[in-house]
Design a protein around this ligand. Structure first.
Ligand code: FE2
Length: 289
C-alpha cells in the first residue's frame, strides 16, 4: 500500500490584455474557478508553472503579477510558483520572489511516496536565440536524478521532450522558442534515471503526452488559451494523482485524461538505432554498397 499524493496544477494564466489567441481579461475570473477546484480537491500542494501575465512594461507587469498573487492568496495548501518567460521579460526572479513571498531556486519536496522536483531552470527568452539552458541548472537536475530513491514528478515551465509543434498556433513556425535548443542534454540525464519519472510543463499552450525512454512528458493547456477551444478560453487546470498509478486529468473546455502504472515509468527503452545506412547487415546498408 503506497501513500498517494494529489497535486492541483495551473499554468500560463496570462493575466493582462488580450494577445492574439490569449484571453487575458478572462484570467482572474478563471482563477476563481481554479480556487473552487482546489477547495473541492483538497490537494497536498498547488503548482503554478509560470507565465502568470502577458507582459507589457515593467510598471504594468508589477501590477499584473500582484493581481495574480492576490488570486492565489486564499489557497491554504502549500504553493509552488515557477516563472515563465513572460514573468521574466521586464521582471527579475527577485521581483517575482517579492510579489509571491517566495525564494525561487530549485527545490524538492517529498509528497506521499513520490518526490516533487521543482526545476526552476532559467526561463528568460532571449531574442533571437531563444531559451538558454544553464550548466548549473542541468548539474542540479543530474544530481537530483542520481540521488533519487523514489519516483520523481519533475515540473518546469519549458518542456524538454522535443515533441512536434505541428499544428500549434504559436510554435508550428517558431519551434525554436518551444524548448531549450539543448534539451537533448536534459533527456540524456533523464535516461540515467532508475526510478519512475513523469515530467510536467507549461509554455506550449496545449495538452500533449510524449513518451521518451519510458518517461511520460506531459504539457498542460493554458488557463486562457483559445486556439483549441473555438475562441473560448480553455479554462484548463489539472489534477495529478501519484500512487502505484499516475492519473492525469485536465478539466475545462480542453479535457485530457491519461493514466499509467507507476512501475512502467521506470523502464528505460532500448537506445534508438543509428542511421540505417550505418547498421551493418541492414537492407539500407546493403543497398548503399
Ligand atoms: Fe505562455
Amino acid at each position: 500500500m503506497t501513500r498517494a499524493a494529489r497535486l492541483c496544477i495551473v499554468t500560463d494564466i496570462h493575466h493582462g490584455k488580450p494577445s492574439f489567441s490569449k484571453a487575458g481579461p478572462a484570467a482572474l475570473g478563471l482563477m476563481a474557478e481554479f480556487r473552487r477546484f482546489v477547495d473541492e480537491t483538497r490537494p497536498d500542494l498547488v503548482l503554478d508553472l509560470g507565465d502568470r501575465i502577458s507582459d507589457e512594461a515593467r510598471d504594468i507587469d508589477l501590477v499584473l503579477e500582484q493581481e495574480v498573487a492576490e488570486a492565489f492568496a486564499p489557497i491554504a495548501a502549500p504553493r509552488f510558483h515557477l516563472d515563465g518567460n513572460h514573468d521574466r521579460d521586464y521582471l527579475d526572479v527577485t521581483d517575482n520572489d517579492a510579489i509571491l513571498g517566495r525564494k525561487a531556486g530549485h527545490e524538492t519536496v517529498d509528497v506521499g511516496d513520490w518526490r516533487l522536483v521543482v526545476w526552476r531552470a532559467d526561463a528568460k527568452l532571449h531574442r533571437p536565440s531563444g531559451f538558454a539552458l544553464q550548466d548549473p541548472d542541468l548539474a542540479w537536475l543530474a544530481a537530483t536524478v542520481a540521488a533519487a530513491d523514489r519516483p520523481l514528478a519533475i515540473v518546469s515551465h519549458v518542456p524538454v521532450s522535443g515533441h512536434s509543434q505541428v499544428g500549434n498556433f504559436w510554435f508550428q513556425n517558431n519551434s525554436r522558442f518551444s524548448t531549450y535548443p539543448t534539451a537533448d542534454h536534459v533527456r540524456a540525464v533523464l535516461r540515467t534515471a532508475t526510478v519512475p519519472v513523469v515530467w510536467i510543463s507549461g509554455h506550449v499552450h496545449w495538452n500533449t503526452l510524449t513518451m521518451v525512454d519510458g518517461i511520460a512528458h506531459i504539457t498542460l493547456q493554458s488557463l486562457t488559451e483559445t486556439f483549441t477551444t473555438a475562441g473560448e478560453p480553455a479554462g484548463a487546470f489539472a489534477l495529478l494523482e501519484l500512487s502505484d498509478e499516475v492519473l492525469w486529468r485536465v478539466h475545462g473546455r480542453d479535457p485530457f485524461t491519461w493514466s499509467a502504472r507507476t512501475e512502467a515509468l521506470a523502464r528505460r527503452w532500448l537506445a534508438p538505432l543509428p542511421d540505417f545506412r550505418e547498421v551493418v547487415g541492414s537492407k539500407m546498408h546493403a543497398a548503399a554498397e
